[in-house]
Design a protein around this ligand. Sequence first.
Ligand SMILES: NC(=O)c1ccc[n+]([C@@H]2O[C@H](COP(=O)([O-])OP(=O)(O)OC[C@H]3O[C@@H](n4cnc5c(N)ncnc54)[C@H](OP(=O)(O)O)[C@@H]3O)[C@@H](O)[C@H]2O)c1
Length: 368
Amino acid sequence: MKNNIKLRNIGNSDLRVSPVGLGCWQFSRGKGVIGNYWGSLDEPEIKEIIKTSILGGINWFDTAEAYGWGASEQTLAKILVELNTSPKDVITATKWMPVFRTAGSLMKTIHKRLEALKPFPIDLYQIHQPYSLSSISAQMEQLAQLMDQGKIRYAGVSNFSAKSMRIAHKELKKHGYSLVANQVKYHLLYRNIEKNDILETARELGITIIAFSPLAQGILSGKYHRNPELLNKISRMRKYIGGFKIKELEKSKAIIDLLQKLSEKYQATPAQMALNWLIHIAGDSVVAIPGAELYESVQRGVVDAFQYSTPATDHSIAMYEVVDYIYLSPVRQSTDFHYYTINRDAFNELPDDLKRMVKELCFMRIFK
Ligand SMILES: NC(=O)c1ccc[n+]([C@@H]2O[C@H](COP(=O)([O-])OP(=O)(O)OC[C@H]3O[C@@H](n4cnc5c(N)ncnc54)[C@H](OP(=O)(O)O)[C@@H]3O)[C@@H](O)[C@H]2O)c1
């Protein structure tokens, strides 16, 4: 394993993770509706992904009950064992699916999660969605009991709003615990958490944001813009939900072109640029969990991940600042993606070297 990667704590826990972890939804083995979103990978392919991830310095894995109803957890654990990985070497996060269930199911089903991940512990147990038949308070009470009993180590949530996250944190505090993470969608083309208080609240409370779909489900790699025939290979569900429709790809073209240009300049890949931006945009508050599917993208994805995990160099900081200015600028509040406009005042405030970079890299209209 690479040992030059600066690890980060998840919230106030002692879980020390690489800034990039591996998302394991893709290991659902084609089981269940949610699992069918991706193609079904076989064990040797999954083994290759996990092995390369570990060798590259990734030290944690995010899975869920709903990813093939245990199939992802079981496959992850089995392969980690086959790779002679000890539970002390990696961190495993999983999730409980609350939909149509009451909080009591957290306690009733925990043995299944532990069995599926055996011999790996549940380092982080997350409530997958904010939709349960029980209150947040009741769910947090159950998570606290699971921590009291040593069945899970830390508690997190996923897809929670700023308000719900605050309530969950407060409820856990009553039992002497803290909420350590909120796992939400966050990537260059979807920056809602910067506008809806989630990021700000997480930073205030010391809760880590775990960014899911950090590559916009593959769009930020640029390969679907470069080679639209690849769209025929992805599932209908992914095409429909994931922003792969031609009209949506047209909207994201400007940012993909920019990533491409930046990646040529810095000898990286667009995916690398996108992840690098994500794990540095809010200090240590955001970590990312890209998933990997096809063998070619596995290689590229994981090799990229080594590099995002290294501390940002000055020029990489400049790069994401530039992307940030171009993308965000004054249209932060807009629901449209006007990321190729930049406000004249914002531009004038940039230091000279960034101004030069914007001009140099910006093949698009600079001023709004
Ligand atoms: N909590 C939640 O509600 C929630 C929701 C979604 C995801 N998640 C978690 O987040 C993880 C990641 O999210 P995600 O899988 O939705 O999206 P993602 O990580 O943005 O995209 C993953 C896909 O992008 C492509 N890709 C990855 N690296 C690449 C590279 N270097 N070059 C080119 N293509 C590359 C691969 O697909 P192709 O090769 O087919 O293009 C891969 O399957 C999941 O595995 C899961 O653990 C959680």
